[in-house]
Design a binder for this molecule. Structure first.
Ligand code: CO
Length: 319
């Protein structure tokens, strides 16, 4: 976005210039409006499930920012000349079912005719001033906790190539439609240093953004990183999305991989996620409390996957 002739913003307003999950707009001393938009083409065949995934994905940035969603608008593209409108209804109903889970209404939206279906939400939320979670405040001594396993990009590619089993498909849908709401609730009143959600840039990409903007370095333990069922084997067999390969290329020179890792393992850590989990950076002494809460809130994952240190030559050291 470096080519944009954007305005210089006042204090308390965050736009393109930072790598945060939402734009932030201060409305008064106590409250900030946060907003995020995302939409994409179907990654599963079932239109209702696609709607659920897209909605959960769009809501995720609000939770990653420590905020509470208020309402959403639909944004959709649909080839109404070629596909029955009933499919669009199913997609939108999927979105509504997830919005209900999040406790918010969908108040309107806009659909345009397009050759390929696309769907997502514009989500508006609110956060109390001082409670917003940035990704630039992570500190040396923090530990890193990830709340969903990695691999939705690799599994989605396997689905497209007809190489995913029924179990894999059901499992990835379950994970992508799980809201980050409970994980976000678990962070309440704990001294969280930084938080972001894992999406298109993959675990390494989003961790790299957090490290660079916080001026720290991370040690990531490959064996502690949770992966979805089947991801290891699929990656080993070269079933990797193009976006994941680009992700790794883009950040490779800022990462030091221990010699034991093969290329497919590096790609697993770079896998572009849809509706991924939260990556939370918290001082070590508070991590047990957070893990306890994640566990009691039935979080899918709650293990420590790495630790932050003073800024070193590389941004991330993978061991
Ligand atoms: Co995000």
């Amino acid at each position: 976005m470096s080519g944009l002739n954007n305005q210089v913003l006042e204090d308390g307003i965050l736009g393109y210039s930072t790598n945060d999950d939402c734009s932030v707009f201060t409305i008064d001393e106590k409250h900030k409006i946060i907003q995020s938009v995302d939409f994409f083409t179907p990654i599963v065949d079932d239109p209702f499930e696609f709607g659920r995934i897209a909605a959960a994905n769009s809501l995720s940035d609000i939770y990653a920012m420590g905020g509470k969603p208020l309402f959403a608008l639909n944004i959709a593209c649909f080839p109404s000349n070629e596909l029955p409108l009933d499919i669009l209804t199913k997609i939108l109903n999927g979105g509504i079912s997830i919005a209900k889970k999040a406790g918010i209404p969908i108040l309107g939206g806009h659909t345009v005719r397009d050759s390929e279906p696309k769907y997502g939400l514009v989500v508006t939320g609110i956060v109390e001033a001082g409670n917003e979670l940035r990704n630039s405040q992570a500190k040396a001594g923090d530990v890193l906790i990830l709340t969903k396993p990695i691999g939705s990009g690799i599994i989605s590619t396997a689905i497209k190539q007809g190489k995913a089993t029924k179990e894999m498909i059901n499992d990835v849908i379950k994970k992508m439609t799980t809201l980050n709401l409970d994980a976000a609730e678990s962070m309440k009143d704990l001294p969280i240093s930084a938080c972001t959600d894992i999406s298109g840039f993959g675990l390494l990409g989003h961790l790299n953004e957090m490290c660079q903007s916080s001026k720290v370095s991370a040690v990531l333990n490959f064996n502690k990183v949770p992966f979805m069922e089947g991801v290891y084997e699929l990656a080993q067999n070269g079933i990797i999305p193009g976006g994941t390969i680009k992700n790794l290329k883009y950040i490779e020179d800022q990462i030091d991989f221990s010699d034991i890792f093969a290329d497919y393992q590096k790609l697993m850590l770079s896998d572009a996620q849809t509706s991924g989990g939260l990556l939370i950076s918290i001082p070590k002494k508070y991590s047990e409390k957070l893990i306890e809460r994640l566990k009691s809130n039935n979080s899918i994952c709650y293990k420590i996957i790495g630790q932050l240190y003073k800024k070193a030559e590389k941004s991330i050291y993978v061991q």
